[in-house]
Design a protein around this ligand. Structure first.
Ligand code: TRP
Length: 455
C-alpha cells in the first residue's frame, strides 16, 4: 500500500526512546572503540590524543550527529530520499548516495575484521594463547590473516549473522538485539577494566591515558583524532539519518544525540582503561599499531592470572560490539535499496549480503594472495578504509552540516530541536547548537581537509 506521494504506507520504527538509544549506541560502539581507539591512543601520545579527540567529538561530531538526526527524523526517509524529500528538485540526493557508497566500503572491511574476532573468540575458548610469546602470537596472527580459507569463512559467518539480524527488521531485529547485547557489552568491558587496573604495575598505563604528553602531537594527530571521532560515532555516512528516520516525532533529538556521543566516548575510555594498564603492566610499548588487539593482547592474556577467561570475555565483547555496528551499516544500504528500488526487506538484505560478501572477500584476500593489487599504493583493505574513513565520511559530514544549517535553515532546525515548540529548550542552547552546525563544524572539517591536501 502506498500513499499519494509514493511513500511506503507503513515504515518500520523503533518502539521506545531507550530502544533508539541502545541501537544508536550499538552502532557507535564497535571495532572503532575496542580496536582502533586504543592503538591510535598508543601511537599518538596517550592523553594528548584523547583531549584532542574529545574536542572534536564536541565541536564536529555532535553538530554532525544533530544535523543527521534532523534530516532523518524530519524526512522519515532513507539516505538519498531524505535529501530529496527535504529539498526536492536539487542535487542534494548525491550526499545520500555518497553515504551509501561509504557504508558499502566500510562494511566490506569491517566484516573481515569482525570475522577475525570470531576466529579469536574460538582460539580463546580453546585456550590457544596460553603458551604464546609475542613472536609466535605475531606469526599466528599473520599466518591466519594472510591465509585464504579461514578468514573467508569467518567473514562469511560474521556477515551472515549481521544480515540475519537486519532481515528481522528495525524493531524485531536491530532494536531487540541491541537491547540485550549493549548492557552485556558494557558489563564485560567494565569487568575487564577492573581486572586490568588492579594488576601490579598498571599505574603507568593509567597515567599514560590521563596525563597528556604534547610532544607526540603533530598535524597528523589532528586528522587521526577527527577521523576517529567520525568513525566511532558512525557519522557522515547517513547512518544516523537512516536510524533517525525510524524515530518518533516526540523523541528529544538533542538528548538522544548527547547520550549517544557520551555513551560512545565513555565506552572508548573504559576500553582504554581495560587495555593500557595491562599493556604497561607487562612492559609492552603502547604504540604497537593495528596488531594491538590481535597480537599484544593475546600475549598479555597468556601471562595474566585468569587471562584465559578474560580473553574469552574480551573477544566476545569485540564480536558483540562489531555486530551491533555492522547491522547499522547494513541497514543504511538495505533501507536505501528498499526505498529506491521498491524491494522487499528480505530481497534487499540477501542482495546486499552478496555484494558485500564479494567485496569483503577481496579485502580479506588483499592481506595475502592479492596483496600485490595496489591502488594509490594501498592494498584493497587499506584503500577501502582510507576512502571511507579519511575521505567520504568527512566529505559527507561537511555536506550534511551545510545542508542542515544553511539549506534547511534556522526555522527547521529549531523546529526539530523543540518538536514544534513543545519541548522547553533554552534559547541559548538552540543558538549555540545552530552556531556549531553552521560555523564551527564546517570550519573544523574544512581546516582538516585543507591541511591534509597540503601535507
Ligand atoms: N562506529 C562504529 C565503530 O566504532 C563503526 C560504524 C558503525 C560506522 N556504523 C558506521 C562507521 C557507519 C561509519 C559509518 O566501530
Amino acid at each position: 500500500m502506498r500513499t499519494a506521494d509514493n511513500q511506503p504506507a507503513k515504515r518500520d520504527s523503533f518502539a521506545s526512546s531507550f530502544g533508539v538509544l541502545v541501537a544508536m549506541a550499538g552502532s557507535a560502539v564497535g571495532l572503532g572503540n575496542l580496536w582502533r581507539f586504543p592503538y591510535l591512543v598508543g601511537q599518538n601520545g596517550g592523553a594528548a590524543f584523547i583531549l584532542i579527540y574529545l574536542g572534536f567529538v564536541i565541536l564536529a561530531g555532535l553538530p554532525v550527529m544533530l544535523a543527521e538526526f534532523i534530516i532523518g527524523r524530519r524526512s522519515q526517509a532513507s539516505a538519498r530520499r531524505a535529501f530529496q524529500v527535504l529539498a526536492p528538485g536539487t542535487h542534494w540526493g548525491i550526499t545520500g548516495i555518497l553515504g551509501v557508497i561509504c557504508c558499502i566500503l566500510i562494511l566490506s572491511f569491517y566484516s573481515v575484521v569482525g570475522g577475525w574476532g570470531i576466529e579469536y573468540l574460538f582460539k580463546s575458548v580453546r585456550f590457544d594463547f596460553t603458551y604464546g610469546n609475542q613472536e609466535n602470537l605475531k606469526t599466528l596472527f599473520s599466518s591466519f590473516s594472510t591465509s585464504v580459507w579461514r578468514p573467508l569463512i569467518c567473514h562469511t559467518v560474521f556477515l551472515a549473522l549481521t544480515a540475519g539480524i537486519v532481515i528481522a527488521g528495525v524493531q524485531k531485529g536491530i532494536e531487540k538485539f541491541s537491547k540485550v547485547m549493549m548492557p552485556l557489552l558494557f558489563l564485560i568491558v567494565i569487568g575487564i577494566a577492573v581486572r586490568s587496573m588492579t594488576l601490579p604495575g598498571s599505574g603507568p598505563g593509567l597515567s599514560y591515558l590521563f596525563k597528556p604528553d604534547w610532544s607526540k602531537v603533530t598535524s597528523q594527530t589532528f586528522l587521526a583524532a577527527l577521523g576517529q571521532a567520525f568513525f566511532s560515532l558512525s557519522l557522515g555516512s547517513c547512518m544516523v539519518i537512516t536510524y533517525a528516520s525510524y524515530v518518533k516525532k516526540d523523541a528529544n533529538i538533542i538528548s538522544l544525540s548527547a547520550q549517544t556521543a557520551a555513551a560512545d566516548t565513555v565506552f572508548a575510555l573504559i576500553a582504554g582503561c581495560a587495555i593500557m594498564p595491562a599493556v604497561f603492566a607487562f612492559g609492552i610499548s603502547p604504540g604497537e599499531g593495528p596488531d594491538l588487539v590481535f597480537v599484544t593482547l593475546p600475549h598479555i592474556f597468556s601471562q595474566m592470572p585468569l587471562g584465559g577467561v578474560i580473553a574469552i570475555f574480551f573477544f566476545l565483547a569485540l564480536l558483540l560490539a562489531a555486530l551491533t555496528s555492522a547491522i547499522s551499516i547494513l541497514e543504511v544500504i538495505v533501507a536505501f535499496c528498499m526505498e529506491e528500488f521498491k524491494m522487499k526487506r528480505t530481497v534487499a538484505d540477501v542482495l546486499v549480503f552478496f555484494v558485500i560478501w564479494v567485496l569483503g572477500c577481496l579485502c580479506s584476500l588483499s592481506m595475502g594472495p592479492l596483496s600485490s593489487w595496489k591502488v594509490l599504493d594501498k592494498n584493497i583493505f587499506d584503500l577501502f578504509d582510507f576512502l571511507s574513513a579519511d575521505f567520504l565520511m568527512l566529505l559527507g559530514g561537511l555536506l550534511i552540516v551545510i545542508f542542515a544549517g544553511w539549506k534547511l535553515g534556522r526555522k527547521v532546525v529549531y523546529d526539530e530541536f523543540t518538536n514544534g515548540g513543545t519541548l522547553p529548550v533554552p534559547a541559548w542552547m538552540l543558538k549555540t547548537l545552530l552556531f556549531l552546525i553552521r560555523f564551527v563544524a564546517p570550519a573544523a572539517l574544512l581546516a582538516i581537509a585543507i591541511f591534509q591536501i597540503h601535507e
